[in-house]
Design a protein around this ligand. Structure first.
Ligand SMILES: Cc1cc2nc3c(=O)[nH]c(=O)nc-3n(C[C@H](O)[C@H](O)[C@H](O)COP(=O)(O)OP(=O)(O)OC[C@H]3O[C@@H](n4cnc5c(N)ncnc54)[C@H](O)[C@@H]3O)c2cc1C
Length: 397
């Protein structure tokens, strides 16, 4: 490692929602933080939204990051689940759980932009470049950017997303799995008001969700279709796409019309074998990526951030080195089991609802009606939202 520039406490590579949140929270707590982020373009709304759980809102609020200027949130009052035949129905209501809502829906691009703005305002060094190499030494870590800049710190946090170049540089093995599905996202104008309800229908080749937006007649579509089907949908005009969506989703929200562009995201599950090592920690999608059917990716990332901040603060109060592997292991222990459990649960749900075997179909059809026979499913969706004490209603035939 070369000499010269003084070492920071922390260098964060990647300032998506998770990296930006960490940068702000650590800087406010007196850590000297530098950021290397490849994002150089304009910050504007994205075509997709994120559901933020109550747990995430609590974490963000604790960190002084909620509410966020420029981020309009629509309250998620209930979640309505349908099976592919439209027979099984399951509804989770925030009122039944004694909560005002199950979380909120926000535009993901605006969420990232607002978090970056808060983080940048604190004035630490911020390099708008890709981090290309990372070298770990006993005394610290050095990140080399695409432009050849060298940033030194006692701890490296890799928050550079699912294709993390830093994770690869550090030689962390990762288990990766393509679902063979692509999420098709768009804003949809509804014939009927959504009343704060998120709908999710499990179709033959994946779930199709409509999430409520601040306008009572607009929703955000996340339709996880088989890759081939997504290709077919891509080729359709807006009018034909709306018809295909109406066929798939049903008449629950009246006529459906596409507003603006559509976006396509190939779906991948991944999990890093370890999240930490001497002088580094992985967070967010760099550590784990889950199927979006439960809207959990960034929520898990915020929980990682919360746990890592706690770990680093505790280390500082003992004057311990923030890059010591012994310190960082506490963060890994706290987060790995929950992240893995969510990865497995979303994977199983995605597979189960696509399974054509009669007994699986019968079980799911029954389960969605007689919800008390599936307490795990109930607990899963409510737990994912961060709510407690669920009482569900079922209104299927
Ligand atoms: C269709 C879809 C719907 C989703 N819906 C939800 C939802 O409702 N709720 C939810 O919780 N989650 C949802 N997710 C998941 C969520 O979007 C991700 O989990 C989350 O964005 C991960 O945040 P991150 O900050 O870890 O990584 P990213 O968002 O991937 O950010 C990574 C950052 O690192 C930068 N970067 C990358 N490489 C480098 C490099 N080499 N050097 C420097 N910078 C680099 C990028 O420019 C970016 O700024 C959804 C995902 C998809 C695909």
């Amino acid at each position: 490692m070369t000499g010269g520039q003084r070492a920071l406490d922390v260098v964060i590579v990647g300032a998506g929602a998770v990296g930006a949140c960490l940068c702000h929270a650590l800087s406010v707590r007196g850590f000297e933080v530098g950021v290397v982020d490849a994002e150089t373009g304009d910050e504007r709304p994205s075509i997709r939204t994120s559901a933020l759980s109550r747990a995430s809102l609590r974490h963000l609020s604790d960190l002084g990051l909620w509410p966020l200027e420029g981020v309009e949130a629509s309250a998620l009052r209930a979640l309505q689940i349908l099976d592919r035949g439209g027979r099984g129905r399951l509804r989770f209501d925030s009122a039944d759980a004694g909560e005002e809502d199950l979380g909120v829906i926000v535009n993901h691009g605006l969420l990232e932009a607002a978090l970056r703005k808060k983080a940048r305002a604190l004035g630490g060094p911020w390099y708008r470049e890709r981090g290309e190499a990372a070298t770990i030494a006993d005394s610290g870590v050095e990140v080399v950017t695409k432009g050849g800049r060298r940033v030194r710190a006692r701890l490296l946090i890799a928050a550079d997303g699912a294709q993390s170049a830093i994770r690869e540089q550090l030689g962390v093995p990762v288990l990766q799995y393509r679902y063979g599905q692509t999420a098709v996202c768009a804003d949809i104008r509804l014939g009927e008001p959504h009343e704060g309800v998120a709908w999710q229908r499990f179709l033959n080749d994946g779930p199709c969700a409509l999430l409520p937006l601040p306008d009572a007649r607009r929703a955000s579509l996340i339709w996880s279709a088989a890759d081939q089907e997504a290709l077919r949908l891509r080729a359709l005009s807006d009018a034909d796409f709306a018809l295909a969506l109406h066929d798939a989703f049903g008449d629950h929200l009246g006529s459906l019309r596409v507003e603006g562009e559509r976006a396509y995201f190939p779906l991948v599950a991944s999990h890093a074998r370890h999240y930490t090592g001497p002088r580094f920690a992985l967070v967010g999608d760099a550590a784990h990526r889950v199927h979006p059917l439960a809207g959990q990716g960034v929520n898990l990332g915020f929980a990682d951030a919360h746990a890592l901040i706690k770990t680093l603060q505790a280390a500082r109060s003992r004057s311990a080195d923030p890059g010591s592997h012994r310190v960082l292991r506490a963060y890994e222990r706290e987060r790995k089991a929950e992240n893995l459990a969510m990865l497995v649960a979303t994977d199983l749900l995605n597979r189960a609802f696509r399974d054509d075997r009669a007994w699986v179909r019968a079980l799911l059809g029954t389960g969605l009606n007689v919800t008390d026979t599936l307490p795990m499913l109930k607990a899963f969706f409510m737990g994912a939202a961060g709510a407690t004490a669920p009482r569900t209603t079922h209104d299927g035939p």
